[in-house]
Design a protein around this ligand. Structure first.
Ligand SMILES: Cc1cc2nc3c(=O)[nH]c(=O)nc-3n(C[C@H](O)[C@H](O)[C@H](O)COP(=O)(O)OP(=O)(O)OC[C@H]3O[C@@H](n4cnc5c(N)ncnc54)[C@H](O)[C@@H]3O)c2cc1C
Length: 375
């Protein structure tokens, strides 16, 4: 956002050793206007929050279109919204994999991009010049559906600097963003093992049910890969060991109410325990939050396409702590990043996350004693 707002193009982005982009200022060009810092959400906050409801309407929800739902990460609410916007001649700004499997924000009114736009790509997207492109379309009177992380939504709101009725913004409950470099290493490992280039990659794939948190990959030579959350090393590193997260995500400033975007999505983990057992059929149940009247208006437009059950923020939070809490810094995060260039992805993860034999023996003894005490 700061790169695009700078009046003299003095800001560019460079990746650090961990693979995260940071702004770099050319002080020979900089005219000290202060726009970059003045509009940067972590420094300046986000005005939009004032318009959103601190007590949003919350639903457990999913699309009634079984095929779309099975192809999406969660309950396919995003897919239903994007489809509605395309059908009505609007533009959709969201994240796709490009031909190298880099995650990029694009904006399109071409319905053929629909399948690329759905599904979460679990690492930081390159926003390119998306904020300028969205503003241009909004100024031309086009309708735009924007989706991204809460912080990307904050950047958009500050960049626009005014309210647009023809914008519908969406964010999601975010565990934190991962290093694109870590993802590239993971992809290299998958391609090495398959002996072929990656053709498709789906996180939280539902072939064996949503709750397995499976990762499915298809390769150009026809080989397929599927592993659940305990065996896929990337998901294991992300969810169980908190590796590869951007430092700013470990103290995220956007996990509060009111939310930043008009609509917020998420995974309704533990919906069976905390709301109603009938709401978990293992095909993906979403959290859907309407943060203002505009959001509710759009939810009404697609209401017939959704299964929708009112619930509360508290029920969401019970199963999804990421709503309000930043992920903890993984014990091995720093050492893993230090060694990221040295080892293949699998060697890296196993080397630093497999407990030592002594630790395993210790755990076995403790568990044995606990078991005896229970008996
Ligand atoms: C990095 C990341 C972390 C997440 N962490 C959590 C979490 O902790 N808890 C939780 O409940 N949900 C989390 N989600 C959201 C969750 O994965 C689902 O996207 C959400 O539940 C909506 O599902 P859906 O089926 O409606 O849409 P989907 O089919 O998942 O639609 C995906 C949407 O997310 C956008 N998107 C995809 N990848 C990215 C990316 N890298 N950066 C920005 N936007 C992207 C796409 O543009 C699209 O709008 C996370 C998503 C991402 C990308």
């Amino acid at each position: 956002m700061c790169e695009q707002i700078c009046p003299v193009s003095a800001i560019s982005f460079e990746a650090d050793q961990e693979g995260f982009w940071y702004p770099s200022v050319n002080y020979d060009k900089c005219v000290q206007c202060g726009k970059c810092i003045g509009l940067c959400p972590p420094f300046s906050g986000v005005d939009k929050r004032l318009e959103n409801d601190p007590s949003p309407k919350v639903f457990a929800a999913w699309s009634k279109d079984e095929s779309l739902r099975l192809n999406s990460t969660s309950g396919a609410i995003y897919g239903e919204l994007a489809r509605y916007v395309f059908e009505h001649g609007g533009w959709v700004a969201g994240v796709v994999f490009d031909e190298n499997f880099d995650a990029k924000h694009i904006v399109t009114n071409n319905q053929q991009d629909f399948d690329r736009l759905i599904r979460s790509k679990y690492f930081q997207s390159d926003t390119q010049d998306i904020y300028s492109q969205v503003r241009k379309l909004l100024e031309q009177g086009e309708f735009v559906l924007f989706s991204g992380t809460p912080c990307q939504n904050a950047a958009l709101i500050n960049f626009l600097g005014k309210r647009y009725d023809n914008l519908l913004s969406c964010d999601f409950i975010c565990r934190g963003n991962l290093s694109p470099k870590a993802f590239r290493k993971y992809k290299q490992m998958l391609e090495r093992d398959a002996g072929s280039k990656l053709k498709e990659l789906h996180f939280k794939n539902k072939t064996k049910g949503w709750n397995t948190f499976g990762t499915r990959a298809v390769f150009e030579n026809g080989k397929e890969y599927y592993q659940d959350r305990y065996s896929d090393l990337y998901v294991l590193a992300y969810v169980h060991h908190n590796l590869f997260l951007r430092p700013s995500c470990l103290k995220c400033k956007f996990k509060t109410l009111p939310r930043i975007a008009d609509i917020s999505f998420g995974d309704f983990w533990e919906v069976a325990q905390n709301v109603d057992p009938s709401l978990d059929d293992n095909k993906g149940t979403s959290v859907l939050m309407a943060n203002n009247k505009k959001a509710m208006h759009f939810i009404e437009q697609i209401r017939d396409r959704l299964a929708l059950y009112p619930t509360t923020v508290e029920c969401v939070y019970e199963g999804n702590r990421c709503l309000f809490e930043s992920a903890k810094r993984g014990e091995k995060r720093d050492i893993v990043f230090k060694n990221i260039d040295k080892y293949d992805f699998d060697v890296l993860i196993k080397k630093f996350t497999t407990p030592s034999r002594v630790k395993l023996l210790k755990n076995r003894i403790i568990n044995g004693v606990k078991c005896l005490l229970r008996k």
